[in-house]
Design a protein around this ligand. Structure first.
Ligand SMILES: [Zn+2]
Length: 401
């Protein structure tokens, strides 16, 4: 088996925007790519059959280490044959390190050199997560791409606080890499005829690597720290690089400024992943600055609160003006919901508290995000991205009236 778990090739560039292919054992992923978030092993409100259908065709989803580690727990997932088999998703996956969820969800946190102590948001149990534990948990989950364990400072962190956090993240990145190499050498992953992983114990010192590991660039909104974080993370050496700590309360121009400064400087031959971002316009603007991969809960979360993303901006289905509107959510969308159901019906479902309202809007929202990325890829590959970006942005602000 190849010792390289992923292979990334750029096929077209326009300005800083790029389009490529990311090969994994579980299929080829065309970039730029949006990854729906499968928090607890489920992309909320949608079945995998729908995610795989031609109108969505998601090639990779994200799993949250923090959530899966706390519930149902790694022993159960291991006993069920790893995360892919446990949840019934055969395509590629990426797991985060758990660091961000500890930061955003857990009740009490105590960050030490060793790791982070916190109370579970589920039952208040005292838990401890470290680079070593995160790597072991992610190895057991078995996603194609794992993430280094980092600390995420707030968007408005002072230079001094961001510096302290950055140094800790770099020490944790080294420990993540070492623990990752140990975990990879300890488990030889093979695949049975159904494409599911089977784990065997390998000989000591095997160079085999089943998963890819991405490093994370931090540094808050301070460009000098971001540049330093990039340089020192690349020195450690990862299969891909992520920009963390954005979209965490800072102003939008601050985020775009960091991206403009950092993304084009990231290694050109490795995937560049912007974590936890964002709206459709954020995606297109970040692609323009050189980003290849995205994940965000917006399409699914907003799908549950009656908010649709459309080619003409956001549409709130609660609005009375849609009460007898026979148009689909987005007349420019070819998803199976827009081909069949009207705004009036979806609004009725929403007001009646029917779960199908969330299901339908979530489906459309994911279709819109995934289709936007499809258009972005085609535009870059045909040298039309600048034009696409201009027209897409103009249309987004045009509204439905
Ligand atoms: Zn649609």
């Amino acid at each position: 088996m190849s010792s390289h778990p992923i292979d990334f090739q750029i096929v077209a560039e326009e300005g800083n925007a790029r389009s490529g292919t990311l090969r994994t054992r579980r299929g080829v992923i065309e970039t730029p790519v949006f990854m729906p978030v499968g928090t607890a092993g489920t992309v909320k409100g949608i079945r995998f059959e729908e995610l795989e259908a031609p109108d969505l065709d998601a090639k990779i989803i994200l799993g949250n280490t923090y959530h899966l580690w706390l519930r149902p727990g790694i022993e159960i997932i291991k006993a069920c044959g790893g995360l892919h088999k446990f949840i019934g998703w055969e395509r590629a996956m990426l797991t985060d390190s758990g660091g961000f969820q500890v930061w955003s969800l857990a009740k009490i946190r105590k960050v030490t050199e060793e790791g982070t102590e916190f109370r579970s948001h589920i039952d208040g149990a005292l838990c401890f997560l470290s680079p070593e534990i995160s790597m072991q948990v992610q190895a057991a989950l078995g996603a194609e791409i794992a993430m280094a364990f980092d600390e995420c400072p707030p968007g408005e962190a002072s230079h001094e606080d961001a510096r302290r956090s950055l140094e800790l993240t770099l020490r944790w990145a080294k420990r993540s890499k070492e623990a990752f190499d140990v975990a990879q050498a300890a488990s030889l992953v093979t695949f049975n005829s159904d494409g599911f992983r089977e784990e065997q114990t390998s000989q000591a010192g095997s160079p085999h690597q089943a998963q890819a590991l991405f490093g994370i660039i931090q540094g808050s909104s301070h460009l000098d720290l971001r540049r330093e974080s990039l340089e020192r993370t690349v020195e450690i050496g990862f299969d891909g690089y992520a920009i963390g700590g954005l979209s965490v309360g800072e102003e939008k121009p601050v985020m775009m400024n960091v991206l403009e400064e950092i993304a084009p400087r990231m290694p050109a031959d490795r995937p560049r992943y912007l974590m936890g971002v964002g709206t459709p316009e954020d995606l297109v603007e970040s692609v323009a600055r050189g980003v290849d991969m995205f994940d965000c809960v917006l399409p699914t979360r907003n799908g549950r609160t009656g908010q649709a993303f459309t080619s003409r901006g956001k549409l709130n289905i609660k609005n009375a003006r849609y009460a007898s509107d026979t148009m689909p959510l987005d007349e420019n969308c070819g998803c199976s919901v827009c081909r069949r159901q009207s705004r009036a019906f979806i609004r009725h479902l929403y007001l009646a508290g029917e779960i199908l309202a969330s299901v339908l809007i979530t489906h459309h929202n994911l279709a819109f995000f995934l289709d936007t990325m499809r258009s972005v890829r085609q535009a870059i590959r045909s040298g039309q991205f600048a034009k696409f970006r201009r027209e897409f942005t103009e249309q987004l602000s045009s509204g439905w009236e």
